[in-house]
Design a protein around this ligand. Structure first.
Ligand SMILES: [Zn+2]
Length: 242
């Protein structure tokens, strides 16, 4: 009897260790270096490994043309040749690493949002973070919305307010846009979002938050959806840029 209890407590301990390991991996998920503090990424991968997407702090990253309604677009890192950053984003989106989103959001908030985005608001307005909504079916399947996790991390570091869940919803479950032409993407995403509550956006500066900026078709459509609420400005902020 006592043996089986011992066995059982051993199992519980292993299970507990396993759970802790999932929540706080002890090695950097990028380079495998042991971590001092459990934060998914080592210091080098957090601050030095990836290239700054907008080193000059311009209104948009190189090569990005913005529609009139968007005044600023920024990203923390730009995809590198060895695809490591792409793999990291894949972990965030498809391998259940939702907590990684929070950490990437913290880094984005610390490195980009606080300094660059502040210049674009007029006095009296507030900055509202609007994560790109996922269709409920996709969010159920994934278990979380990675853009919401990123926005939470940015909010933590900057104090910018998060839009309410449900203020804007995704009503069209689009297939992945990869490989589509820009015009096909725009057509595919058209009418994908619905604004249910204009309150937080009117008179404020809205920063749309996503994981990766590629062609911008999704974030541009989201901006078009909230435009009738009359925000003082709209910006786009992502962890990475492809
Ligand atoms: Zn690392």
């Amino acid at each position: 009897m006592s043996l089986s209890i011992q066995k059982m407590s051993g199992f519980v301990l292993t299970l507990a260790r396993g759970l802790v390991g999932v929540a706080f991996p002890e090695i950097c998920i990028c380079c495998g270096m042991p971590l001092q503090q459990s934060r998914f990424l080592c210091h080098y991968c957090s601050y030095d490994r990836f290239e700054d997407a907008n080193p000059g702090g311009a209104d948009s990253c190189a090569g990005v043309i913005l529609p009139d309604m968007i005044s600023v677009q920024d990203a923390m890192w730009i995809y590198d040749k060895n695809d490591l950053l792409q793999q990291l984003v894949r972990e965030l989106k498809y391998n259940g690493m939702g907590a990684l989103g929070l950490e990437l959001g913290r880094l984005t908030g610390r490195q980009v949002a606080g300094s660059r985005m502040r210049y674009h608001i007029s006095s009296g307005s507030e900055i509202i973070l609007l994560p790109v909504p996922l269709h409920p079916k996709r969010e159920r399947k994934r278990g979380y919305n990675q853009s919401e996790r990123i926005a939470s991390g940015i909010s933590e570091m900057t104090g910018f307010r998060l839009a309410g869940i449900g203020d804007v919803t995704r009503i069209k479950n689009t297939r992945t846009q990869t490989g589509f032409s820009m015009s096909r993407r725009m057509k595919n995403i058209s009418g994908a979002f619905r604004m249910n509550n204009a309150g937080p956006f009117g008179g404020n500066f809205v920063i749309i938050v996503d994981d990766v900026f590629t062609t911008g078709s999704t974030v541009f459509e989201l901006a078009r959806t909230i435009e009738p609420a009359a925000p003082v400005g709209i910006g786009i902020l992502t962890v990475a840029m492809a």
